[in-house]
Design a protein around this ligand. Sequence first.
Ligand code: SF4
Ligand code: SF4
Length: 148
Amino acid sequence: MKPHPVFYNCDNCPSYCCSYTEIEVTFEDIERLALHLDADIDVVSRRFTMESKDPYTRVMRHFRDPVFGTACRLLDLETRRCKAYEARPTACRVYPGTSTCHYYQFLMAERRLQGKPKVAVRAYNLVQDSEMGRHPIERRDTAENSGA
Ligand code: SF4
Ligand code: SF4
């Protein structure tokens, strides 16, 4: 079957979707990541994921990102690509799940407007925004996150 056409190009994007605060990760995702990273499952779980506000759910843990405020810890801040792309969680694989990506449309419109074809633009998620309360980095980067 012919694949659906898509009207976005992730290779031309600073990976805005990797800055979403609630990127769900399952136990199977963590197992796959651990295998890929050649690391212990518990270590991967602690270092790269955290509890969600929803019970029994884990989400990708963030660190500081100069572009979007915070982003998933598996995002390479130099290349803006996933450091574990082949083993990324299912939520990342299926996103955006449609033929368009609204952020990409916004990004392209801003680049055209600014005359800067490579500029990265923020949307809502600056560190100080209320949503970022989900990732209180200073408090979370403690024992649970030591990777020890
Ligand atoms: S925000 Fe859209 S275009 Fe950018 S990496 Fe994610 S899916 Fe791709
Ligand atoms: S696991 Fe990879 S693709 Fe998924 S949010 Fe993190 S950096 Fe992005």
